[in-house]
Design a protein around this ligand. Structure first.
Ligand SMILES: Cc1cc2nc3c(=O)[nH]c(=O)nc-3n(C[C@H](O)[C@H](O)[C@H](O)COP(=O)(O)O)c2cc1C
Length: 276
């Protein structure tokens, strides 16, 4: 088993300084060694794996046990190619044997309300969309960790939000459901291994008791992280990538960087998420 401090060192890259006495275990190892995989072998998942992954997803906590999410699996190569084309045309989606599309699902509770002859008015509020998004995301992360524990690799796909109307049509999504993101799953190609990408320094995200808004400390964190990411990119032989701060600022600089996702408020209303 890998020592916890080696795992933490890899997680923070050059930005880490603290040491831990926590004894590592397989769960921590899986979590701390996560990396997105974008190169897959053309090998199908072993029989029964899909069901275990979804059961792991369903094992996540869910608000009021309402389970306001669903997932559409795509294994058919033609449909997967179409889903890839609608998801920023990313090649690894075609390559992965399994593509999961996680959906916010308020349709189920609409049906339950109808059957119980109750008005279901709460379903018209933004809160319920947030609930469905949180539920779907927790489930997806459980699926991801379960997949990684089995030696599979995963990559989330926010690109699946670029053309929400077309993706809904492809997957026959009914009213009051919407695809939130995709998840490519498959066996990692050992010839093109993915590396652990460092995260921001722990104290940049950790606020103890109350929010620590020390801007000078934050600037130090940014510098440390820009350096950690620069070392990571150098190790990956990825040249000319701007620093994390520059890249992140550019990512949110203009609406064009939303890659079509600026229509989401409109699409949510169309699909029956009223967002009152
Ligand atoms: C919701 C979500 C959407 C993402 N969408 C994409 C995507 O469309 N394409 C992609 O290559 N990576 C995507 N990623 C992966 C992130 O780029 C990746 O998690 C991040 O760079 C950190 O790297 P790591 O996962 O290897 O630690 C997404 C991740 C999340 C959580």
């Amino acid at each position: 088993m890998t020592d916890i401090n080696s795992l933490l060192q890899a997680r923070y890259g050059t930005g880490t300084s603290s040491t831990s006495n926590v004894v590592t275990n397989p769960s921590l190892e899986t979590l701390l060694q996560h990396r997105s995989v974008r190169n897959f072998l053309p090998q199908s998942l072993a029989p029964g794996t899909l069901e275990v992954l979804i059961a792991a997803g369903q094992s996540a906590a869910t608000s009021s046990n309402l389970q306001t999410w669903s997932v559409v699996t795509i294994q058919d190569p033609n449909r997967k190619a179409k889903a890839a084309a609608l998801s920023a045309n990313q090649e690894f989606i075609r390559q992965a044997p399994l593509f999961l599309v996680f959906c916010a699902d308020l349709r189920r509770l609409t049906q339950v309300s109808q059957q119980q002859q109750t008005p279901g008015v709460a379903l018209e509020y933004t809160e319920m969309f947030i609930m469905a998004t949180v539920d779907a995301t927790l489930a997806a992360q459980n699926v991801s960790v379960a997949a990684e524990s089995l030696g599979l690799g995963i990559c989330y796909v926010g690109g699946s939000r670029n053309q929400p109307r077309e993706l809904a049509e492809l997957l026959h999504l009914p009213h009051r459901t919407i695809a939130l993101f995709g998840l490519a799953v498959g066996y990692p190609d050992p010839a093109k291994p993915a590396a652990v990408k460092p995260r921001l320094p722990l104290h940049e995200v950790l606020h103890q008791e109350t929010w620590d808004d020390d801007i000078e400390k934050q600037k130090e964190h940014f510098t440390a992280y820009d350096n950690a990411i620069a070392s990571f990119n150098a190790g990956e032989k990825r040249e000319g990538i701007p620093a994390w701060t520059e890249r992140s600022a550019l990512r949110v600089a203009g609406v064009e960087n939303l890659n079509g996702r600026e229509i989401w408020n409109e699409v949510l209303h169309e699909r029956g998420f009223d967002l009152k």
